[in-house]
Design a binder for this molecule. Structure first.
Ligand code: SDX
Length: 432
């Protein structure tokens, strides 16, 4: 029972109800309104869930005003500098940094599950050559549900682990196969001697015709981008996975639902949208025109890669990734490319413009990630797929946390009904 209380009084009438106020380790308190409807007969209204805590979670903590992001308590800045994606995956799944033997065993498990069933590769034959990779990811990752019947008891921790390992291991293989289908090249099989990030680059860019060496800077940049994108609290796609999983649905199908949500340009699709925007801007000379459009309420144009639902300060991931972006541009890309010049100019102008400062619209992680992916030679339509590879770890960690939560129950939001009041059926002949 909480010492902290909140009282809701309904006017007219003046009836009041007291509710517990819950506190976590950090962050805002929450009014426990679970009994509100049964006691007061009213709902709360919070479209977009701006003020709603949907669950308890111990995985990721964000403070939007302070620009804080921590995975299991570890600041993202420290993990970015000192950890690897595989180690961060273990941390997010199991809550602690792994010992050396745990890390080695986990790395081996993931490495030895990167191949997919040969029958799964035949799903690609059904897609038109120019299908968007995210459309194929939704379909093919979801189809994993048709292959594994040996680990479907979501209440069995061992089965949950097996699902998690298969998803984390196979998503890069499926992702690279999407691109190979787009360009008509043969699918590359994973190599067990490569790191997670290097293996993906090898499967994406390699061909059976010659050796393909992954550039160490590209490998490091990719591993860092995977760390930064691995989890982010109850974002739209993670909340989608949780809601889908709350019915007890197949975990592969739930992750497919998360991929579908991530695809939207307001969410993970923003990195691809950033490059489309920069190409529309063309060169730094047009920046002022587009800044004006972004401010114009009558113009639907928004600066892709700017703003965030939670961060009203600099996205800490953007701060980290900005350095890597400039390093990759210097070392791996044609830094005279007008597109990269436009990006750097846009960053400078927008972050000093009163409209954006007043609305706390800073560059977010997607502003820089798209530029780095382009500089690494990754096709634009694969940018959100890169995000999905990394976020699969966060989706699976939240799914595991939810299904093992004693308060686990199906999610079922209500509504404010604005439709027609009760009315009687009108026979066809009587309708005008
Ligand atoms: C991700 O939730 C997560 O954690 C997501 C994510 C994750 O890791 O999972 O961090 C990943 O999705 C990052 C966000 C990527 N999306 C984009 O870059 C798309 C562009 N950004 C916007 O669409 C927007 O900023 C959102 C969707 C990110 C946030 O929208 P909000 O919180 O609903 O903000 P809002 O629409 O209420 O905007 C507040 C004001 C408005 O102006 P006013 O009505 O107050 O005058 O800011 C303006 C908006 O018009 N505004 C923008 C803008 N974003 C908001 N104006 C110009 N350009 C923009 N990008």
């Amino acid at each position: 029972m909480s010492e902290k209380k909140a009282t809701i009084t309904l006017q007219p009438g003046g009836r009041s109800w007291d509710f517990d106020v819950l506190s976590g380790t950090e962050g805002p308190d929450a009014i426990d309104i679970r009994k509100l409807y049964s006691e007061a007969g009213v709902f709360t209204y919070d479209p977009g869930f701006l003020s709603t805590a949907s669950c308890h979670s111990a995985i990721t903590y964000i403070d939007g005003n302070e620009g804080i992001l921590r995975y299991r308590g570890y600041p993202i800045e420290q993990l970015a500098e000192k950890s690897t994606f595989i180690e961060v995956a273990w941390l997010l799944l199991y809550g602690e940094l792994p010992t050396a033997s745990q890390l080695e065993e986990f790395r081996n498990i993931i490495t030895h599950h990167t191949m997919v069933n040969e029958a799964l590769l035949r799903f690609f034959e059904g897609y038109h050559y120019d299908a968007h990779p995210m459309a194929m990811m939704v379909g093919v990752v979801g189809s994993l549900a048709g292959f594994y019947h040996d680990s479907l008891d979501i209440h069995d921790p061992r089965h949950r682990d097996i699902c998690a390992h298969r998803l984390i291991a196979k998503t890069p293989t499926i992702a690279a196969a999407c691109h190979k289908h787009n360009i008509g090249e043969p699918t590359m099989y994973p190599r067990n001697d490569l790191s997670y990030a290097a293996n993906f680059m090898y499967m994406l860019k390699g061909t059976p015709c010659e050796e393909y060496e992954v550039d160490p800077l590209a490998e490091r940049a990719l591993d860092l981008l995977f760390i930064l994108h691995a989890d982010h609290e109850q974002n739209a796609s993670t909340s989608t996975v949780r809601l889908a999983g709350s019915s007890g649905a197949n975990p592969f199908a739930c992750v497919s639902a998360g991929i579908a949500s991530l695809w939207g340009p307001a969410h993970g699709g923003a990195n691809e949208a950033v490059l489309k925007m920069l190409e529309e801007i063309e060169h730094a000379g047009n920046i002022d025109k587009y800044i004006a459009r972004a401010k114009d309420k009558n113009d639907p144009f928004r600066l892709m890669g700017f703003g965030h639902r939670v961060y009203k300060n600099y996205d800490p991931r953007a701060r980290i990734i900005r350095e890597v972006c400039h390093k990759v541009l210097d070392q791996l890309a044609d830094s005279n490319n007008p597109l990269f010049e436009a990006a750097l100019r846009l960053e400078e102008v927008a972050t000093n413009d009163e409209y954006f400062i007043e609305r706390k619209l800073y560059p977010n992680v997607d502003f820089y990630s798209g530029i780095i992916y382009r500089a690494l030679g990754i096709p634009d339509n694969m940018f959100t797929v890169m995000f999905a590879i990394a976020r699969t770890v966060g989706w699976v960690a939240h799914w595991m946390e939810m299904v093992s939560d004693p308060e686990f129950r199906i999610g079922r939001p209500r509504q404010i009904y604005d439709g027609a009041p009760k009315r009687d059926y009108v026979p066809l002949e009587a309708r005008s």
